[in-house]
Design a protein. Structure first.
Length: 216
C-alpha cells in the first residue's frame, strides 16, 4: 500500500454555524472552548468511521443476537499541546475507552519549524489506530513532525482531526508521506483559502491556543 492521504472536509450546516462563531474575533474564550468541544464531537463522528470493530454475541430481553463493539486494543488519542488539548474532551466523549497520549510541539514563529518539547505516549503503537488532535493545519510542519514521531513508534494508521486546514499544509503533509506505507487520513471542519506571510490561516480564526487559553 502506498499512502495517499484521504481528506474529508465536513459539510454540515451545524459545523458551518459553529465555525462562523469561532472565527468571529468577538467570541470570548469560554464560548470558544465550548464550541471547539462541540465541533470536535461532530468531527469525531466522521473521523471514527473506520474505527476497528468486532462481532459480539449478546442477549436482548427478546432474543440472542450478534452485535458490533469496538475492537481491542482501543484507539489512542493524541492531542498536540497546547491547542490540541482544547479538542480532547470533544473526542473522548465519543471514544470514552480510548487511551490518551500527549505530544508537546512548538512552532518557531520565524522559521515555522516544529519541534517536540514533551511527550507521554505508549512506547509501541504497532497495530493501534491513532487520532491526532491539532486545531490548525497551517504550514503542515507540526503534523509532519507528529506523524513521524508516531510512525517511529510503530503507528501505521493515523487520522488527524483539525478544525481548519490550509491547502498549503495539506500538500506538505501529502508530499511528506506520499511513499510511506501507512494509512493516513485528515478530517477537517473547513478547508480555508490560504496561509498569510506569518503562516496564519486565512480567513482562519487567529491563534487557536491564544483564543482557547489566552495569550501567555
Ligand atoms: N496556528 C494557529 O493557531 N493559527 C493559525 O492560523 C495557524 C497556526
Amino acid at each position: 500500500m502506498v499512502c495517499v492521504m484521504k481528506v474529508h472536509v465536513a459539510n454540515h450546516p451545524l459545523i458551518s454555524h459553529k465555525l462562523t462563531v469561532l472565527r468571529d474575533q468577538e467570541t470570548d474564550s469560554p464560548t470558544f472552548r465550548h464550541l471547539v468541544e462541540e465541533l470536535v464531537t461532530l468531527l469525531a463522528y466522521e473521523a471514527t468511521r473506520d474505527v476497528r470493530t468486532q462481532e459480539v454475541e449478546i442477549t436482548t430481553p427478546v432474543t440472542k443476537t450478534t452485535g458490533i463493539k469496538m475492537a481491542s486494543p482501543a484507539p489512542v488519542v493524541v492531542p498536540i499541546l497546547r491547542a490540541g488539548l482544547g479538542m480532547l474532551e470533544g473526542m473522548v466523549k465519543l471514544l470514552p475507552t480510548a487511551q490518551v497520549g500527549f505530544l508537546g510541539m512548538v512552532r518557531d514563529e520565524k522559521t515555522l519549524q516544529a519541534s517536540t518539547y514533551a511527550n507521554r505516549l505508549p512506547e509501541d503503537l504497532t497495530g493501534r489506530q491513532v487520532f491526532v488532535l491539532d486545531p490548525m493545519l497551517a504550514t503542515g510542519g507540526t503534523l509532519v513532525a507528529a506523524f513521524n514521531y508516531l510512525i517511529e513508534r510503530g503507528a501505521s494508521d493515523i487520522t488527524a482531526v483539525c478544525i481548519l486546514a490550509a491547502p498549503e499544509g495539506i500538500k506538505i503533509v501529502e508530499d511528506a508521506f506520499k511513499d510511506a506505507k501507512i494509512d493516513i487520513k485528515l478530517v477537517t471542519g473547513a478547508l480555508d483559502e490560504k496561509l498569510n506571510e506569518h503562516g496564519y490561516i486565512v480567513p482562519g480564526l487567529g491563534d487557536a491556543g491564544d483564543r482557547l487559553y489566552g495569550v501567555v
